[in-house]
Design a protein. Structure first.
Lengths: 334, 334
DNA sequence: ATCCTCGACGTAAGCGTTTGCGCAGAAGAC
DNA sequence: GTCTTCTGCGCAAACGCTTACGTCGAGGAT
């Protein structure tokens, strides 16, 4: 910077002001300095600027799994939304319990960021406290976290939509393959989607058959196993709602291997509208994950700027997408 | 820090040394300072430290699409490998041509990172030059970039493996659905996999039928369309190798809709071993994407530390995974 | 007892910016 | 023409660390 200043015949203070867009510089000088900096391919050091300024133009994004479809889409949305703000993204992944603990212990993002966004990361009360202690705003994307701003979908409604679709088609024995988290800490989604399932049945005047609700590990394997269990029942269901599309995929595989025709003998509906749901022709409840991410991105910008004035709770709608894996129940043999 | 120093009754220099693990402090004092800092929940400001030290303990990862399976897995590997180094990850996404141009124009990572890793990002010669001008080491993950360290697979071999598998099963009319990039800049993978395809045919004493090589946009939709085109041929193939699993998924959808039994009437093989290849029972050539990412992560650590002494070229092997979408050709009607 | 060595620590000079304050000189009011 | 008000700019003090160099005292060698 000193170099630029010298060549421009001004002080470094003026260069700083010119480059940062601060007032107190004539347009002529500003332009001259700008072009000079360009020629010298000079950029201000973000670190030094942050030091002097105090705020640091970066946000941390914390996600349980970078590679997983849901988290990745969310991250994508966040990054996209932040793209033309001047915020950079510092990425942290906390896959296992151990890593999470360590993350909250060391808080490596500490003093490095102006805000934090968690992607659907369930945390303990103690961790929540430590987070608040960090002194920066926190945004939750894909869930809720105390009073902090969040963006999410209504999981109860999603479960309801999926279930209602099956009931409307005439099904009476409807099962649910629900997910259990891979952590000790609970995600809220499974219980809420289950609630939606239950409520939909009640609305139709039906009771929940405990045999028809199975819990499996999150993922397509879990879905496959869940379906196996349901098929082995003395009175199997005629339709099943899966916690997620991934689990539905697993369920479909089981059905294919068991040579159960879909949807002739069994209807399957997922939740998510995974990129490959279309490929597999899966009926599902669409949630706009990337849009949630973008919304979360906007939220943190807002929160960083004005300390967070607006009502920072966003709930995005979900829509049923009917494809080929659902249909009327098989004829009763009555 | 001044605070800690005062309470400990030492100078800030000593605190700095104690906390950073530098020599010149007695173990007793170090321990005292450490615990004091702990109590005050004090952390050194990374920014200030970087400023003073000159190097900045961060690497930038640049990816075309955070949400896409391949890039996301790669990123995951990188992040994982960097997890217990003291390098933080700054994430940049450049989806469109315009964004890429802007990225290389502004080089926002400039002066912020000690190294850059590009995830399978094709760049122009000019951009390459600008990158080198940045003065930090660059690692390419999932491709090659001049003399820079890289990690990748042998795409020619992958194409060969997929094709050879079909030939070994007895197929003689084998097609390929290849990908065209979504950018003007060429990826190397499509032409290399095609070369593998060609070579395998030649090895078997067969010629490439130009009609049987179709080019489509990357993605499952492209795969679907490619399959349609192949089916509409007067003499359709009996087997097809898809550029990627995603494209194979699309092809499978077309086949399902056209009621062409797989693999009875048509064999399909992909490349990648996508997470859902198993669900769809797709025969494919496995490449360990996350392992490539991890390798890339190790590479940048190494490069950051000792300026890059080792031979920094890694090529990971691929393996054929036989599942249910391939089989012998249908009987000749001869 | 004297000199040297060495380890533990303090002093202070940066690192590359931003920004409050002060100071000229030009423009406007009278 | 003088007096005020801006405007454009320079000076220098932070910002929160790291680190070369200097100091001081304890211990070992002689």
């Amino acid at each position: 910077m000193a170099d630029v200043a010298e060549r421009a015949g001004v002080s470094i203070a003026t260069v700083s002001r010119a480059l940062s867009g601060a007032p107190g510089v004539s347009e002529a000088t500003r332009a001259r300095i700008r072009s000079l900096a360009q020629d010298l391919s000079y950029t201000v050091s973000p670190d030094a600027a942050r030091l002097a300024r105090g705020s640091n133009g970066r946000v941390a994004v914390v996600t349980p799994d970078v590679a997983h479809w849901f988290y990745a889409s969310m991250l994508d949305g966040i990054v996209t939304a932040l793209h033309d703000s001047d915020l950079d993204v510092l990425l942290y992944e906390v896959q296992e319990e151990r890593e999470r603990r360590r993350f909250f212990d060391e808080l490596p993002a500490r003093r490095q960021v102006d805000a934090l966004v968690l992607i659907a990361l369930p945390i303990s009360a103690d961790e929540h406290r430590r987070l608040d202690l960090m002194g920066v705003p926190v945004v939750m994307a894909g869930g809720t976290l105390g009073e902090h701003p969040h963006v999410r979908i209504d999981d109860v409604a999603a479960g309801r939509q999926a279930t209602a679709h099956l009931l409307a088609a005439g099904h009476e024995r409807v099962a649910m393959i629900n997910a259990t988290g891979h952590w000790t800490l609970e995600y809220a989604a499974p219980s809420e989607r289950l609630r939606g399932f239950t409520e939909a049945l009640h609305d139709a005047g039906l009771e929940v058959d405990a045999d028809l609700v199975v819990h499996q590990r999150w993922g397509s394997t879990g879905g496959a196993e869940g379906m196996s269990r349901l098929l082995s029942l003395t009175r199997p269901p005629t339709a099943v709602v899966a916690f997620s599309d991934e689990m539905a995929f697993g369920a479909l595989r089981t059905l294919r291997r068991a040579a159960v025709p879909v949807p002739r003998a069994m209807s399957v509906v997922g939740i998510d509208d995974h990129a490959l749901a279309d490929v597999l022709d899966l009926t599902t409840v669409h949630q706009a994950v990337d849009e949630q991410g973008r919304e979360a991105g906007r939220l943190v910008q807002q929160v960083v700027q004005d300390g967070g004035a607006r009502s920072p709770y966003v709930t995005l709608p979900t829509q049923l997408v009917v494809r080929g894996t659902t249909g009327p129940p098989p004829r009763r043999l009555a």
